[in-house]
Structure formats: structure tokens, C-alpha cells
Design a protein around this ligand. Structure first.
Ligand SMILES: [Zn+2]
Length: 244
């Protein structure tokens, strides 16, 4: 668009002027709690020293997840938290593209040309209220930018669950346990496939665990999870409760 060159470019987070489109200003960039390698092969959480590729963290060994691998761009804090909230609640849907760009970078090991990229679905009544599913916006962009298949109908949320806000890990698990069913795709579409499940934030992991269980039952070969933000497992006890 002709106007693009005339409009001042703004930081995605704090609105201060920046040199490039779709970027952060220097101070937001510095404050962004990016998760960097070396990280746990299963959970994508950083090691403080390099233990060699393929190593598992003590948490992954003690409680191995149902999904194969998790990758997240950043901890749910500072600018990462601001971007998640702006996409979901301020409906700044244009953020999905730059957020997905970071996700593709963090999830490069997970995304292949054969992967089915699927969002964690919202219940349709919640979709009516919010009008869009932020996870679907991110999944569509991740698929587009990585060349994988976007599969928005892979899962359906057939039970309207309570908001996860304020629930304990155990109650969160109970709340979503049987919330998902396979979508209308034929079973032979799913058999032997690799799925990359997309969400904006991972909190306790109970939602992605329920989705993974449903997909594996439907014949999917393996499930990886890619989220923009990850609630710091060590800070979880302190009660972070901005989201569902
Ligand atoms: Zn900024």
C-alpha cells in the first residue's frame, strides 16, 4: 500500500517508533524472555549449561508428557505476556503474523512439509463471544510461513469447559479431560500423521494433554506442541491467571 511508507513504524508491544515493520523496540526486545537453546528435548525448557543435544530435563523424566516435544518462543512474562493479551483480548489480530514468525523459528525441528498444523479449538459458544480463536490465527500463520498443512477442523471442543483461570492443576485437568473429540475428518486422513498442536500459551499443559490423548486415540502417530508463550513451571505456583 502506498500509505505504508508514510506511516511511522511502531513497536508491536509498546507503540514507540522503530526502524522496521513487525518488530520490537530495543527495550522490549531486551525484556522479551526468549527461551533459547540448549533446551530439554521434550519440554523445550532451557538448560543453564550445555548437556548435549537430545537431553531431557529432570521434569520431563519425572513426568513425561503425552506429546513428543514442546517448543515455546518465550516465557509468559513481560512483552511476551503483553503480546498474548493484546492478540486475545484487544483483538489485535495483526499480531498473529509476527508472533507466528517467532514460533516457526522456535519450532523448526517440529514443522515438516507433512505436518498437520492444528489449533487448540474453542467451544463454539466462546467463539461467538470472542469472534475469533487466537490459536487458530497463530496456527494458520505458522502453517503458511512453514509450508505445513493447516488443519483447523482436526479437533472439536464438544464440552464448554469452565474458564481455567484460578483452577488448581488438578482441577484444570479434570475440567478439560474429555472436552475434545476428533473433528469431521476421515480417520484415514489422521492415521500415521504427525500433528503440531498450536496454542498461544501453555499453562499446566492439561489442555494440550487432553488434545493429544484425543488425537492419538484417533490414530495420529505423534503430536508435538508449539506455543508462543510458556508459563514458567517454577512460577506457576505463584498463580498466573490471565487466561483460559
Ligand atoms: Zn517496545
Amino acid at each position: 500500500m502506498v500509505l505504508d511508507g508514510l506511516l511511522p513504524r511502531r513497536c508491536l508491544c509498546c507503540d514507540s517508533r522503530v526502524a522496521q515493520d513487525d518488530g520490537l523496540c530495543a527495550s522490549c526486545w531486551r525484556a522479551m524472555p526468549f527461551l533459547e537453546r540448549p533446551w530439554c528435548q521434550r519440554l523445550g525448557t532451557p538448560f543453564t549449561y550445555d548437556v548435549g543435544s537430545g537431553a531431557w530435563s529432570p521434569r520431563a523424566i519425572a513426568e513425561p508428557p503425552l506429546f513428543d516435544r514442546l517448543r515455546s518462543v518465550a516465557l509468559y512474562d513481560g512483552p511476551a505476556r503483553q503480546l498474548v493479551l493484546a492478540l486475545k483480548f484487544s483483538r489485535r489480530r495483526e499480531l498473529a503474523r509476527p508472533m507466528a514468525r517467532w514460533m516457526v523459528r522456535s519450532g523448526e525441528e517440529l514443522l515438516t512439509a507433512d505436518s498437520l498444523v492444528a489449533p487448540v479449538p474453542l467451544h463454539w459458544t466462546r467463539l461467538l463471544g470472542r469472534r475469533f480463536n487466537q490459536a487458530a490465527d497463530l496456527a494458520r500463520e505458522v502453517a503458511r510461513q512453514s509450508g505445513a498443512f493447516y488443519e483447523p477442523q482436526l479437533l472439536k471442543r464438544h464440552k464448554r469447559t469452565r474458564q481455567q483461570v484460578g483452577l488448581s492443576a488438578r482441577d484444570r485437568h479434570k475440567n478439560v479431560r474429555s472436552a475434545f473429540v476428533p473433528g469431521p475428518l476421515r480417520t484415514d486422513t489422521l492415521a500415521g500423521r504427525h500433528v503440531v498442536l498450536i496454542d498461544d500459551v501453555m499453562t499446566t499443559g492439561s489442555t494440550v494433554a487432553a488434545c493429544t490423548k484425543c488425537l492419538l486415540r484417533a490414530g495420529v502417530e505423534s503430536v508435538d506442541v508449539l506455543t508462543f508463550a510458556l508459563v514458567d513451571p517454577n512460577a506457576r505456583a505463584a498463580g498466573t491467571s490471565d487466561f483460559t
